[in-house]
Design a protein around this ligand. Structure first.
Ligand code: NAD
Length: 362
C-alpha cells in the first residue's frame, strides 16, 4: 500500500464517498434552476463561525454566505459590512422563523452551543430550509431522533459538521483496512487540549451536555468507527478529574474501550486538561498513524510503508461544498443526521458505563 497524492486522487474521488440518494426533494423550493450556489445563513457568530466558516465560505464553489442570525447588534454591523450582507438577510433569535420566506437563504448552518442544536435544527426544518448542524449533533439520542424526524417531515436535508469525513488523511484511514491484509484491527484514538476560561459554556452541563467527551471525544469515537468500518457493540469507560472545581459539572478526562464485531477493538482518550491528538490503526503486519490527527490544518501521517503525502485542504470549504453538492445532486452523505445519532448512542453508553462502573452494550 502506498498512499501517494496521485493514488488518493484516483481512488478517493467524490464518487466513492456518496451514493445515489433517491426519494428526497432535490432542490429547495426557493432555488431556481439557474442558481449555481446555495445561500447559507450562519446561526451563532462565535469563534468557529467567525474564524473558520465565514472565511471558508469565501472559497466555496457550490455555496456562499448569504445571511446571518445573531443576538448581538455589534456583530451584526461588523458582519454586514465585512461580508456585504443585505439587511433583509440578517435575523436574530426571536425573528428567526421569518427566514421561511427568504428566498436567498437555502441552508441554515447551526453553530451554537450544543444545547441549542436541537431547537434551531427543528426551527430551520419547519422554515423549509436544509440544515448543516455542528457536532455534537445534540445532547441525547432522543434529541437526535427528533431532529432527523423533523427534517424528514419537512423534506429537507440534514448534515453534521464532521469536517474530517472529506479530509484526505482521514479518507485514507477509512480505506486502510481494505487496502491489504487486516486481521483483527486495533485502533487507538485520542483527542484533548487544555481548556482555558472556567466560565465558558463548554464547562456548563446545561449548555454543553458534557465536557471533553461531547466536544473532543466525539472525534476519537468517529475515528475508531470509520477506521474499523463497523459499529461498536459494547463500551467500558473510565473518568478522571484532577480539578473537581473547574470540572464540577462536566467530564474533564476519560478513557474508554470499544468492542466491535469480529473481535476488533479500540482504546480512546479525551481530555480538557492534557493535549492529545492521534489516530493509530494496527492491522496484520501493517500500521497507519496520523499525528497530529484532528487539526484544521497540517495533519501528518505515516504508515508501515512510509510517510503519507496527501493534499492539505481547506476542510470547512470542502465540507460545505460537499454537503451543497449532495443537495444539488440528490446524493447521500456519510455525514448525515443518522451518523450524528450513532455517535450520541455511543456517548450515552460511555456516560452510563462510567456511572455504573460496568461494560455497557451500545
Ligand atoms: P463560541 O462560544 O465561540 O460561539 C458560540 C456562539 O453562540 C456565540 O456567537 C454566542 O453569542 C452564541 N450564543 C447564543 N446563545 C448562547 C448562550 N446561551 N451561551 C453562549 N453562547 C451563546 O463557540 P464555538 O467554538 O463557535 O462553537 C459553536 C459550535 O460549533 C459548538 O457546537 C461546537 O462544538 C462547534 N464547533 C465545531 C468545530 C469543528 O471543527 N467542527 C470547531 C469548533 C466548534
Amino acid at each position: 500500500m502506498n498512499y501517494t497524492r496521485r493514488r488518493f486522487i484516483s481512488t478517493m474521488g467524490v464518487g466513492t464517498v456518496f451514493l445515489s440518494f433517491p426519494g428526497i426533494a432535490k432542490l429547495p423550493q426557493s432555488l431556481s434552476p439557474d442558481r449555481k450556489k446555495l445561500g447559507i445563513a450562519l446561526v451563532g457568530l462565535g469563534n468557529y463561525a467567525t474564524y473558520q466558516l465565514a472565511p471558508a465560505l469565501q472559497e466555496t464553489t457550490h455555496c456562499y454566505l448569504s445571511g446571518i442570525v445573531t443576538g448581538t447588534p455589534t456583530k451584526k454591523e461588523i458582519w454586514k459590512k465585512k461580508y456585504n450582507i443585505p439587511e433583509k438577510n440578517i435575523y436574530n433569535y426571536e425573528n428567526f422563523d421569518e427566514i421561511a420566506s427568504n428566498e436567498s437563504i437555502d441552508v441554515i448552518y447551526v453553530v451554537l452551543p450544543n444545547s441549542m442544536h436541537h431547537e434551531f435544527t427543528i426551527r430551520a426544518a419547519k422554515a423549509g430550509k436544509h440544515v448543516f448542524c455542528e457536532k455534537p449533533m445534540a445532547l441525547s439520542v432522543k434529541e437526535c431522533e427528533e431532529m432527523i424526524a423533523a427534517c424528514k417531515k419537512a423534506g429537507v436535508r440534514l448534515f453534521i459538521g464532521y469536517r474530517l469525513h472529506t479530509e484526505p488523511y482521514h479518507r485514507a484511514a477509512m480505506q486502510f483496512r481494505t487496502s491489504g491484509d487486516s486481521g483483527i484491527l486495533y485502533v487507538q484514538s485520542e483527542f484533548g487540549f487544555k481548556i482555558g476560561d472556567p466560565d465558558q459554556w463548554r464547562l456548563k452541563k446545561s449548555l454543553a451536555g458534557g465536557g471533553a467527551m461531547m466536544d473532543l471525544g466525539i472525534y476519537a469515537i468517529q475515528a475508531a468507527r470509520y477506521s474499523i468500518g463497523k459499529e461498536p457493540v459494547a463500551v467500558t469507560a473510565q473518568e478522571f478529574k484532577s480539578d473537581p472545581i473547574k470540572f464540577n459539572e462536566v467530564d474533564e478526562s476519560m478513557t474508554w474501550q470499544m468492542e466491535f464485531p469480529d473481535g476488533h477493538i479500540s482504546n480512546s482518550y479525551t481530555s480538557y486538561s492534557t493535549p492529545a491528538n492521534r489516530l493509530y490503526i494496527s492491522a496484520d503486519r501493517r500500521w497507519f498513524n496520523l499525528f497530529p490527527a484532528y487539526n484544521y490544518r497540517g495533519i501528518k501521517g505515516s504508515t508501515s510503508e512510509g510517510d503519507l503525502d496527501l493534499p492539505q485542504i481547506n476542510q470547512q470549504a470542502v465540507q460545505m461544498d460537499t454537503f451543497s453538492k449532495c443537495i444539488f445532486d440528490g446524493t447521500k452523505s456519510d455525514a448525515s443526521g443518522e451518523e450524528g445519532l450513532k455517535d450520541l448512542k455511543v456517548i450515552e453508553a460511555i456516560f452510563k458505563s462510567v456511572k455504573n462502573g460496568t461494560k455497557v452494550e451500545v
